[in-house]
Design a protein around this ligand. Structure first.
Ligand code: ZN
Length: 276
């Protein structure tokens, strides 16, 4: 079974293992790339995380996540920018290839999604000099519109690319098939993202029908309705050479199974997805 090109987003095994255990488990399964979450790094300490990643020769396809820029007042927006600067520093310490941004939804009490989108743009513009100084690319991850209220008011790849274009270089996109598979413009926008050299990450899992929970019911690749081989083909055609990252939040299923079974299944499904 091939593991080359596969990255495991450590959210996939967050209920089974802490970061150290997860990295060691990935190494045991021949997986050579991971994407940790900041809370997982914080739980073991940044120095420990850096050491176990280095000791196991892991690449880090990204750090999840920065973002969450909109806030009800200026102090809140400043606090978000300060937190994002710390996220950039952590990503740099870990040797991450990008900082993944879930940009944030509406501030509490607001119904003005246009204003929220401006806050995202302003927040990213304020963060960029620090990110550039740290040589840390910022990856905007458009999220499915069902999260526009609370997690991300950037919801299509086109919107993310337009935003990246306004911000300039060192800003790209993380394309998560779970969030964008439904978009009739997806093929065109993936080609555009490739032409603009902005694809910084590619995440996969599957859309289950029915979906029982808006956040925590993502499927293992192959178990849902997303045509992952087709989308992966578009990504490849767009010239993306980075890792394919499996990222699954699954409170009722995969988070309840032994971690080794989850990783073994990820490797099998990764091979199925790219066998075509
Ligand atoms: Zn993702």
């Amino acid at each position: 079974m091939r593991t080359e090109g596969l990255s495991i987003n450590l959210a996939t095994v967050r209920q089974q293992w802490n970061l150290v255990e997860a990295v060691e488990a990935c190494a045991r399964h021949g997986i050579t790339c991971i994407d940790p979450w900041r809370d997982q790094v914080a739980a073991v300490g940044l120095d420990t995380a850096v050491k176990v990643i280095k000791d196991n020769g892991m690449r880090v396809s990204g750090l999840c996540r920065g973002g969450m820029f909109p806030a009800a007042d200026a102090a809140g927006r400043q606090a978000a920018i300060a937190d994002n600067k710390r996220a950039v520093d952590e990503a740099a310490a870990l040797g991450a290839e990008c900082l993944v941004l879930v940009v944030g939804g509406l501030p509490q009490g607001s119904r003005d999604i246009g204003a929220a989108r401006h806050m995202v743009l302003d927040g990213m513009a304020a963060l960029l000099p620090h990110a550039r100084a740290s040589k840390m690319p910022l990856a905007i991850e458009p999220l499915h519109p069902m999260y526009a209220g609370d997690r991300a008011c950037v919801n299509t790849l086109k919107q993310a690319l337009d935003m990246a274009g306004q911000l300039g270089g060192d800003v790209g996109v993380a394309i998560d098939a779970y969030h964008v598979w439904w978009d009739p413009e997806l093929e065109t926008q993936i080609a555009r993202a490739g032409a603009e050299k902005r694809i910084l990450g590619y995440h996969i899992c599957d859309w289950l029908v029915p979906t029982r929970d808006l956040l925590l019911d993502r499927g293992m690749p192959g178990d849902g309705v997303i045509d992952l081989p087709r989308i992966s083909g578009w990504i490849e055609k767009a010239g993306y050479k980075g890792h394919t990252e499996i990222e699954i939040f699954s409170a009722q299923d995969w988070w309840t199974r032994p971690g080794d079974e989850v990783l073994k299944t990820c490797i099998e499904r990764y091979n199925d997805t790219f066998a075509a």
